[in-house]
Structure formats: structure tokens, C-alpha cells
Design a protein around this ligand. Structure first.
Ligand code: ATP
Length: 307
């Protein structure tokens, strides 16, 4: 694995009696675009704030670019970009005013040309106040502000929330633009699994505060499969196959969702239970995520790791 730019160790946060983040051990290598996904209330925003040192953990720790999150120096902060949920920007400022303000924090590395090109490409009115911009325009300004200092590590919390498909695509292209500058790393949370599937090469899944997956997107997508088996008479009462996430019975058919079960095993199992035939259905990331995080109809909670 490459150099680790973001690392957490047993990172845990309680809000009163609510356990929001539960002993998360995470390692993100340099140079990836990592989709950070989880259902509403899974703990994504809390984890991101902990990583950035904006919240104190109850127990555990995290490190960004080798520096403890609770003591990020200004030199380290200058190497990190952060886009908040909802794009909180000073509403009374113009885009030009915000640029000047933001540039003052990054005197050495602010890329004037990149910012100007991005504003022009996105057709943003530089003299307009933030409060007079649409949500989509605010999101674009916020991405331009985060990218202009050329951050090594860009962390974004649901940056495309509420944006239309075309603007989301522009936004994601901005992210790819960043990653193409060698060695840059992006972690972004999103509920739009289609976007995560399109741009990420890594996926982190969090579920009720627990880390459930942290691996390459390719591995995750290869691992989760749906298999439909047909039987001449009736489907077996017991389904006992490794990697079973969910099982549905539809008349003489069984629909299984499996994780990490290879095709050979599926074929052997289908034979052993006397299936007439079976086929493996291709799933997109959204379907896989829903199946992976749906309450399992067995007791084991799968955690999917790099293999
Ligand atoms: P969403 O996708 O809906 O934005 P999320 O994955 O970002 O959710 P968090 O906002 O981190 O989830 O919330 C995790 C849990 O912590 C939830 O149960 C939430 O109700 C709780 N929580 C979040 N912030 C606070 C707070 N300031 N005080 C008390 N509980 C909180």
C-alpha cells in the first residue's frame, strides 16, 4: 500500500449517550479518490469533523498527513482542503472578496490562474455576493476555493447535496482535475452512489458508526453478487452458503445476495441443493450498498477488508 495520508485508530465519539462513531480503524493511501458512504445518521459528518480536529474524540485518535488531528499545525492545515456540508461561506462577501480572504491563509501556494480559470469556466459572477448565488453556484465557489491552494488532501462532506446532475458532474470533474495533479487524495461523502461509482477508486462504508468496508471500489463491486436459483419443485428450507448476506424466496426461486463467494463455490452449492439452473445478476453500486447495509437476516455483520 502507498503512503497513508489519513489514519484513524479506534476513533470513537459519543454525543451524550448516542454512539456516533464506534472504534473506527481506517487507513487511506495517497493518490486515491475515496467515496465515504453510509446511510443517514451513519456517522460520516462526525467522523470527518473528528479527522479534521473540529471535534474531539471520546476515545481513539486520528492523523492527517502524519500529524495528530487534535494538533494540526498551520503548515499541515495549508496542505488540506475542506468543503463543508451545505457549503457554509460568508454570505455578505462577493466571490472576489472571498478569494482575497481565502488566499491570505495560503500565501505561498494559492493558484491565482487556476481560481480565475475555474470561475470563468463555471461562468460564475465574481462581483456577486454569496447570498445572491444559487445553491449550485455556492457549491462551485466552495470547490474553487478548496482547490485553488492545490491541497494534497481534499476532504468534502456531501459536497453535491442538492445540486442538479449537470452541476454535480462539473463538480466531480473538478475533483478529478485535482487528483490528476499527482499524488493528490480526495475523501468525499455522498449519498449519490452513481457518482461514487463513476469517480471513486476506493470506498469506505460506515454503518451505525461502525466501519464496514474500506477497500478498492473494484474489490467491493466484485465481492457483492446476486444469484437467482430456480428449482423444479421447491427451494430448500435451509440456505447454508458462505458469504450469505440476504436470502429471498419467490415461489420456486431463491434470490441470494452474497459477499466474497467465488463463482465456483456458487456453482458447487447450486448443484448440491439440486437447483435446476442459476444465474448471477450484475449489480450496480447503489444496489450493492443497499444490500450490504440492509439489516441482515442472519446474525453475522460483515466487515469487508482489503484482500
Ligand atoms: P447524514 O448522512 O444524514 O448527514 P451522517 O452519516 O453524516 O448523517 P452524523 O451527522 O455524523 O451522520 O450523525 C451520526 C449520529 O450522531 C446520528 O445519530 C446523529 O443523530 C448524532 N449526532 C450528530 N450530531 C450530533 C450532535 N451535535 N449532538 C447529538 N447527536 C448528534
Amino acid at each position: 500500500m502507498n503512503e497513508i495520508v489519513l489514519e484513524t485508530e479506534a476513533l470513537t465519539k459519543y454525543y451524550g449517550s448516542t454512539l456516533a462513531v464506534d472504534h473506527i480503524d481506517l487507513k487511506i493511501p495517497r493518490g486515491c479518490i475515496c467515496g465515504f458512504v453510509g446511510r443517514n445518521g451513519a456517522g460520516k459528518t462526525t467522523a470527518i469533523k473528528l479527522m479534521l480536529g473540529l471535534l474531539n474524540p471520546t476515545t481513539g485518535s486520528s492523523r492527517l498527513l502524519g500529524c495528530d488531528s487534535s494538533a494540526l499545525t498551520s503548515a499541515i492545515r495549508q496542505r488540506i482542503g475542506y468543503v463543508t456540508e451545505g457549503h457554509r461561506l460568508f454570505r455578505w462577501m462577493t466571490i472576489a472578496g472571498l478569494e482575497k480572504f481565502q488566499r491570505s491563509f495560503f500565501p505561498k501556494q494559492w493558484d491565482d490562474k487556476f481560481f480565475a480559470d475555474m470561475i470563468e469556466y463555471l461562468n460564475l459572477p465574481k462581483k456577486k455576493k454569496i447570498k445572491h448565488l444559487s445553491n449550485g453556484q455556492r457549491a462551485q465557489v466552495s470547490l474553487a476555493l478548496a482547490l485553488a491552494p492545490n491541497p494534497e488532501l481534499l476532504i468534502m462532506d456531501d459536497p453535491t447535496l442538492g445540486l442538479d446532475a449537470a452541476i454535480r458532474r462539473q463538480f466531480l470533474e473538478g475533483m478529478i482535475e485535482l487528483i490528476m495533479r499527482q499524488g493528490r487524495t480526495v475523501l468525499f461523502s455522498s449519498h449519490i452512489l452513481g457518482d461514487v461509482e463513476r469517480v471513486s477508486d476506493r470506498i469506505v462504508v460506515i454503518d451505525k458508526g461502525v466501519l464496514r468496508a474500506n477497500c478498492s471500489l473494484e474489490q467491493f463491486q466484485k465481492a457483492i453478487k446476486k444469484v437467482i436459483l430456480s428449482f423444479a419443485d421447491s427451494a430448500p428450507d435451509e440456505v447454508n452458503i458462505d458469504g450469505l448476506l440476504h436470502c429471498k424466496r419467490i415461489e420456486k426461486q431463491l434470490e441470494l445476495t452474497l459477499i466474497g463467494t467465488d463463482d465456483e463455490k456458487i456453482s458447487e452449492w447450486a448443484k448440491s441443493v439440486g437447483a435446476e439452473n442459476y444465474h448471477i445478476v450484475k449489480m450496480n453500486l447503489e444496489d450493492q450498498f443497499i444490500e450490504f447495509t440492509a439489516p441482515a437476516n442472519h446474525k453475522r455483520l460483515f466487515q469487508w477488508e482489503e484482500r
